[in-house]
Design a protein around this ligand. Structure first.
Ligand code: GDP
Ligand code: MG
Length: 683
């Protein structure tokens, strides 16, 4: 069996980029902390090496406080990987090495991948790799995960270390337990305290398979899981406590004693190994951009201006032309080709109807809007990769901190612009359970990409001149409703504190074509899979149910069909919102399967041959006010079943899931009702 490597590093230092580079897979890369919350395993495909690698969540230290720390720590301690690939952001060496020093204490063979070396070189800084390697006692390989340089060397070093341990760096290695001695970084009283504790616990550590140095240090820090695993006798415990209490002073607690020593050591190392081209305090380009972008007065107008611009372009001439092109291909060329073919082979009327009006008509209506989704994603990807989205979260945090909201929730909420499923999973970065529940309940209010085709459809029919404004207002409304809901929830069912915002701003980076391409490719793949499965299935069922009645007889007037009957039964619920006809209710309910299904259902029920015709029919069936109300309800109503399933899994409680869905349904109804009344006056 091949070696197993664990990929460990700070958030946002390039772990997933490296993981993708060595495994040839396509995991999500994002320029903000907290993107990878689950571990992912892959096979190393380089050079026919027989090894696998696990991408672990980013962490700053091995303490047991946050979800990411626990996942990563438990993996290393329980699964015993053969080697740790510690990826270090070379542009932020001091902070990253803090984690490296802790990892080194685990006594597991390790290599350091010194990433972002391209940025270091561009800044004109210099890092003496050999000296760094020698001082740390760990092999250091400079790489650029994004550019793919140094990867080959890194993998060879990893293979070599996994085979021989760290003895190549000249350190002692105990062949029996396959553990390497950590670098000696402690001095003075701390060092003697560690040695004393090591003598006390060495048998227990052996017995329970815990690394000695790591355990001694963790005991000084008062680490609860280590205490529990070691289950020391009372005599030993009180001895340790007295050793520790000698180290503590009024201002320095037991955890700081250790942290202090690590930082001192790191500073002595970087002082020797790093030469910077600029003095500390020098304004980098990132700093300069931030001066404008996060400016107290400019920040929020700039953010909204940018989003508005993106909506104008997406729904503007470019988006519309692309939509027309796809529409023409599917609904004219392809559909008539199929129809003629079917008629020629003598297919029955209902079979032709099923294939042409049901499948092609339904899916075609949605597929036509794919170019616009992709365009929007292209722009959002650029914002995300460049690091701007992290600023947006930061700006929003500052604005909302005053009303008592936790800012860490904004990253998952902004991710909700893409899709609720990963966004709900990203809430795992929140430490506080209540905050996490609140955030999960809010994410479905965000305008995810699947809600877009519905906007496109109505905008085409009613608001071609004010498209940017209309879509912008919907995104904003979702966001505002989420904030209001957060306030309500925080005051009622989920009373309690919230974690402070600890997100740090990543530097601005030029988005790479590869990452952009990856994001778009992901989106197309998701969309196509959905179209081929859920949407296809829904279209067939919908077509069937509007063609037949309950006794399976074909009906001429679809109002008498199965769907017509069910829809008329539900319609009164929606009547006060402006769209009380059975076709609207059925379409809206089909949105629970997948939001795009609203458009395909609408296409089938209205009997539209193409997007142009659909928009004419819709213009007849709705008023501007009821059209806007429909979009608002589509925005706020219970999310699609994939999102509901994720909510259920992450909430881990039926009661809370039911509460969340009920809350969303009621909120959607009330807000839409108000919006409709207002719109009737305005439009
Ligand atoms: P993770 O959070 O550690 O998994 O980090 P990611 O792999 O998601 O990368 C974070 C950001 O750093 C992304 O914007 C990457 O494109 C960027 N990045 C990763 N490696 C490099 C590199 O070697 N050079 C540069 N310039 N950027 C990189
Ligand atoms: Mg990652």
């Amino acid at each position: 069996m091949g070696y197993r490597y664990a990929l460990v590093g700070n958030p946002n230092c390039g772990k997933t980029t490296l993981f993708n580079a060595v495994t040839g897979s396509n995991q999500y890369v994002g320029n903000w902390p907290g993107v990878t919350v689950e571990k992912k395993e892959g096979k190393i495909t380089h050079d026919n090496m027989d090894a696998s690698i696990v991408d672990l969540p980013g962490i700053y230290s091995l303490s047991p406080y946050s979800m990411e720390e626990i996942v990563t720590r438990n993996y290393i301690l329980d699964e015993h990987p053969d080697l740790i690939v510690n990826i270090v952001d070379a542009t932020n060496l001091e902070r990253n090495l803090y984690l490296s020093m802790q990892l080194a204490e685990l006594g597991i063979p390790m290599v350091i991948a010194l990433n972002m070396i391209d940025v270091v070189e561009k800044n004109g800084d210099n890092i003496d790799i050999q000296m760094l390697s020698a001082m740390l006692g760990i092999r250091v390989v400079p790489i650029s995960a994004a550019k793919g340089t140094g990867i080959h060397k890194l993998l060879h070093a990893a293979n070599h270390e996994a085979e021989h341990g760290n003895d190549s760096a000249g350190r002692h290695m105990d062949k029996h337990c396959n553990m390497c001695a950590p670098p000696d970084i402690y001095t003075g009283p701390v060092r003697s305290a560690i040695l004393k504790i090591e003598r006390l616990i060495s048998d227990d550590c052996n017995e329970r398979g815990l690394p000695l140095r790591w355990s001694a240090v963790k005991l000084i820090e008062g680490d609860a899981p280590t205490l529990e695993t070691l289950a020391l006798r009372d005599a030993a415990l009180s001895r340790i406590e007295s050793i520790v209490s000698e180290l503590e002073t009024k201002n320095i607690d037991r955890e700081m004693v250790i942290a202090d020593q690590k930082y001192q050591y790191i500073c002595s190392v970087t002082a020797k190994c790093v030469t910077r081209a600029h003095e500390a305090g020098h304004m980098t380009l990132s700093d300069k951009i931030d001066r404008v972008v996060t400016n107290k007065y400019l920040a929020i107008p700039l953010f909204f201006g940018l989003m508005l611009l993106i909506f104008y372009i997406t729904f503007g001439a470019l988006g519309a032309n692309l939509t027309n092109l796809v529409d023409g291909l599917i609904n004219d060329t392809f559909a008539s080709f199929v129809r003629e073919g079917l008629v020629r082979v003598g297919a029955s009327d209902w079979a032709v109807g099923l294939v042409c009006d049901g499948v092609i008509g339904g899916l075609g209506a949605v597929l036509s809007f794919l170019p616009q989704i992709l365009l929007l994603f292209f722009f959002l990807s650029i914002l995300e990769d460049s690091g701007y989205m992290a600023r947006a979260a930061f700006i929003m945090d500052r604005a909302l901190h005053s009303i008592g909201l936790s800012g860490k929730s904004f990253v998952p909420m902004l991710m909700g612009f893409g899709c609720s499923v990963p966004a709900v999973m990203a809430t795992r970065t929140l430490e506080n359970e209540k905050d996490r529940r609140i955030t999960m309940m809010l994410i479905p209010f965000m305008s995810c990409s699947a809600k877009m085709p519905v906007y496109s459809m109505f905008i085409l029919a009613f608001f071609p001149a004010r498209r940017g404004l209309v879509v912008g207002s919907l995104y904003l409304l979702g966001f505002l409703v989420a904030i209001a809901a957060a306030l309500v929830l925080q005051k009622t069912v989920l009373k309690g504190g919230h974690a402070p915002f600890v997100m740090e701003l990543p530097p601005y980076r030029m988005p790479t074509l590869k990452t952009l391409g990856l994001h778009l490719y992901d989106k197309i793949k998701d969309f196509m899979t959905k179209a081929g499965t859920v949407l296809l299935g829904a279209s067939v069922v919908i077509w069937f149910c509007q063609y037949f009645n309950f006794s399976l007889h074909h009906v001429e007037n679809s109002a008498e069909s199965i769907l017509g009957t069910v829809g008329s039964f539900l319609a009164p619920i929606f009547a006060p919102l402006g769209f009380g006809d059975w076709k609207s209710s059925v379409s809206m309910i089909s949105g629970l399967i997948a939001r795009e299904s609203i458009v395909s259902t609408m296409g089938i029920l209205q009997g539209a041959g193409d997007t142009g015709m659909l928009s004419e029919l819709i213009a007849k069936a709705y008023t501007p006010a009821s059209a806007y109300a429909f979009m608002v309800f589509n925005l706020l109503f219970i999310p699609c079943m994939a999102a509901v399933a994720t909510l259920r899994r992450e909430m881990n409680s039926r009661k809370w899931t039911a509460l969340a869905l009920g809350f969303q349904a009621v909120t959607a109804w009330v807000i839409t009702f108000i919006v409709y009344q207002v719109c009737k006056v305005i439009f």
